[in-house]
Ligand binder design. Sequence first.
Ligand code: OOG
Ligand code: NI
Length: 472
Amino acid sequence: MTIVPSWRLRAEFAQSMSAVYGTEVPAYTTLLDVCAEVNAAVLRADGARARRLGEPERVHVERHGAIRVGTPGELAQVARVFGAMGMYPVGFYDLRDAARSAVPVVSTAFRPIAADELARNPFRMFTSLLTPADRRFFDEDLEVRIGRFLAGRRLFGAELLDLADRAERDGGLVPEAARRFVTLATAAFALSREPIDRAWYAELSAVSAVAADIAGVTSTHINHLTPRVLDIDLLYARMGERGIAMIDRIQGPPRWDGPDVLLRQTSFRALDEHRPMREPDGTIGTGAVRVRFGEVESRGIALTPAGRAHYDAALVEADTLAAASPVLPADAARAVWEQRFPREETQLVLDGLGYATFTAASGARPREGRDLAGLLADGALQMQPIVYEDFLPRSAAGIFQSNLTGEGRKDGSRSGTLLDAGWMAGVLDRPLHDPYALYAAQQDRSLRGAAHALGLAEPPPLVAAGAETARS
Ligand code: OOG
Ligand code: NI
C-alpha cells in the first residue's frame, strides 16, 4: 500500500489548520486575500527578483503557526506530533529577556531542515514553553498552583501520539491513518469550547497575559497563522485601506533599496473572542479573551553570525538615534542600516554576512587563480540567496507585546532561571538544531559541488581574508 509521506502530512495539516483558522478569525481571510493580491502584483512587476527568494507555489502556501504550551512534558509531545510531519526543533529563543512586558516563555521552532523538504512545504511552528519557576514573574505559590492545573490536563490524546510515533518511524502513514492523523492534529490546535475558570484566568492575566493564555485554559490553540507576502509595506498600506487596524509598525529590518534580509513582520491587533466562562458560583457565563492576532511576514536572505551581529548592533544604534533626535524610528533604522550593510546581495555574501548557494554555469571554464568574487564576476559561478527560515527574538517579543492586553508584572530585581538550548534539547529528547549550522552546511555543500563541477581541485574560500571585519 502506498504511504502518505511526512511532507504530505505537513502540507495537509497546514492547509487544514489554515481552513479552521479562517472560520475562527474572519480578518485572517482578508489578510490572505490581500497577500495573494500583493504577491501577484510583485510577481508581475519583478518576477525574477521575487523568485530568487522562493518559487511562487511555495510562497503561496507558506505559513508559520505559533502555539504555546505549559510543561516540558507537553513540549516533548509537541515534538512527536511535528516529528511525524518532518518538522524538527531549530533554534532557542529566550523571550523573557527580549520583551519589556511579561513574556515568561522560552521557545523553539519546528520546521523542515532539508532544502528539498522546505521546497515541498515550508510549514513551521513557533512553539513557546511557559517558565513558571521564573521568580521575576511567578511566586512559589503561583508556580505550584500552575503546576497542579497543568498536571490535570492532556493536550494530545493517545491515538494522536501513537499515530505520530508511527509516522515518524515509517516516514509517513497509510492513507486512512494519515487522514485520521491530520484530523486529530488539527483538532488538538483548534480553539476549545471548554469553559474557562474566570477567576483563575483573571489571576494569571494580572501576572502575564501570556501565562493566562497558556495555563488559564485546558487546551492549547494556534495563536496565529502567518502567511508570507512579497512586499510587506504594500500589504500594510492595503490592510489599512480595508479598514483593518494594524499594529503601529513593521518589526525587523527597515525598508531600503538593498537586499531583503532576515524577516520583517507585522500584524493586525488581537481580536476579542467570546468564550464560555465558569463563574465563581459554578454557573457558566461568557467572557471575552484577546489572544489571537493576524500576523504576516516577508522573508529575505539568511545572515551569518557576523551579519546577525551587525543586525543586532543596528537595532541598538537605531534606538539610540531615534531616542536622541527627532527622526522617525523607521528613518533612523534605515540610516543605520545603510551604513552597516552593503547594498548588493553579492557583496553581502562576499563580506561573509549572508548565506548563499552556488551553481556552476553549464560549460563554464574558470580562469586560473580566480577567487570567489572573480568566479562570480566571470559568470562561471552563479549565486542564489539562502532564505532565512527562522525567527527573531526581538520581533517575536515585539509582536507578543503589541498584542497583549496588559503589560503584566516583571520583577527585574529577581534573577531568572537559567534555561538554554542544551536544557531544551533535554526536554525535547531529540537534537535541537542550530540554525547557523544548517545554513552554513547548505552553503558549503553547494560550493563544493559547484567547484567540483567546474573542475576545481578545491572550492574557493568563502570569505576573502579580512572581509568579515571590513565593515565592523
Ligand atoms: C509567538 C510569537 C513569535 C513570530 O513570528 O515571531 C512568532 C506567539 O505569539 O506565541 O510567532
Ligand atoms: Ni509569528
